[in-house]
Design a protein around this ligand. Structure first.
Ligand code: ADP
Ligand code: MG
Length: 361
């Protein structure tokens, strides 16, 4: 296993990139700790596969260097980097048996037949492929084939890292859940450095200790699921993580409050301390869970109208309007919702201020 350092990496698929937008990966510097379980999360097209391929060596970055521990591996092949990579769609040998497919990466590295046998059985057991070991891969379902692909990625415990590129896309939902749990188990057992690409926040949040959020070729934030939920460093992270995402509203600052649609929303001391002299486009952000909705005006409540109520089983989403702005409130299912007009309170400790999309405090 290795600690992976992407040192001032940038990548463009164009020969002569001119503008920022020509880069699939904008300049970044990031360290993936040895033995960490990471999810790389972001919408389609943001550069996740490109980044994974830079780590594995399938792509040579236009700029910067890749280090595994203290070794500069920028010019080394995937094979030389000793990486296992699992792709979105199964990569297996149809004419070989499941056993031989799983054994392939080990035999390739010269493992003796007893270690091969042992390891293949162990992985087959974990992925519930034991009964199929002597079958040819050819006739198997897409699910089973992808399990073999996962198995081929996991079978060697001597790799520098295992990279997964949305490996559960073709997998049936109930099996997905089970495989995710298995991957987590395997990670805990073997302490592999694991980087798991997904565009699905639930997958990212359940699988990884650290989630790295990407957007338009940039790494916006790396943190625990709790960090990303409570303190998004960028408005995109607030919007992308959580269901529904964080509410944002343009604001101005006046004294100890943010002014939104002519209403005062008091900010916390810590936020105010960081906000002094700040410029740029200001917004406040608050998660739907943290807003307080009541029928009567309480201290510092802001008047809103109720636009819609969605009942989603064990909670409700209420859409409220504050002037031109729309805010979602997430409430427990048994909480009463005012019928037309209500008051929203913004707890100061959960009301964040952003300038040009970056967290101020
Ligand atoms: P993701 O995996 O997050 O969906 P990708 O890394 O595949 O994103 O793509 C990032 C950007 O790079 C996209 O704009 C995509 O169109 C572009 N891109 C990806 N692969 C190539 C390629 N081989 N040649 C040119 N452009 C590419
Ligand atoms: Mg991709």
């Amino acid at each position: 296993m290795a600690r992976i350092h992407l040192k001032n990496i940038a990548h463009s698929y164009e020969d002569k990139p001119r503008a920022e937008a020509d880069f699939a990966l904008r300049e970044m510097d990031h360290v993936w700790q040895d033995g960490g379980a990471y999810a790389l999360l972001g919408p389609s097209g943001c550069g996740k596969t490109t980044l994974l391929n830079v780590i594995s060596g399938l792509i040579q970055p236009s700029r910067g260097q890749v280090f595994f521990d203290d070794q500069d591996v920028t010019n080394l092949s995937t094979q030389q980097r000793n990486i296992a990579q699992v792709f979105q769609f199964p990569v297996i040998y149809d004419t070989m048996t499941v056993f031989d497919n799983l054994a392939f990466p080990l035999r390739n590295r010269g493992f003796d037949s007893e270690s091969v046998r042992q390891r293949v059985h162990e992985i087959a057991e974990t992925l519930e492929l034991t009964a199929d070991l002597n079958r040819r891969a050819l006739g198997l379902s897409a699910d089973a084939k992808q399990k073999i692909s996962l198995g081929r990625g996991l079978v060697r415990s001597d790799v520098a890292a295992i990279l997964f590129d949305e490996p559960l896309t073709v997998i049936d939902p109930h099996l997905k859940w089970q495989l995710r749990r298995k991957l987590k188990e395997i990670h805990e057992r073997f302490k592999l450095t694991l980087i798991y690409v997904t565009h699905d926040q639930n997958e990212a949040l359940t699988l990884a200790d650290q989630v790295v959020v990407m957007h338009e070729g940039q790494l916006l934030q790396a943190g625990t699921p709790q960090d990303l939920f409570e303190t998004p460093q960028h408005t995109f992270v607030g919007y992308f993580i959580g269901s529904p995402g964080m509410n944002f509203m343009p604001c101005a600052l006046e004294g100890d409050a943010a002014i939104v649609e002519g209403q005062r929303i008091p900010l916390g001391q810590a936020t105010l301390a960081k906000a002094s002299g700040i410029g740029g486009a200001l917004e406040i952000g608050i998660r739907p869970q943290f807003l307080r909705l009541s029928a009567q005006r309480e201290e510092s409540g802001v008047p809103v109208t109720i636009a819609a109520v969605e009942d989603l089983g064990n909670y409700k989403i209420v859409t409220t309007r504050l002037g031109e702005r729309s805010l979602k409130v997430k409430l427990p299912e048994d909480e009463a919702v005012p019928s037309e007009h209500g008051y929203l309170r913004f707890p100061r400790e959960w009301t964040r201020l952003y300038a040009d999309s970056q967290l101020v405090g």
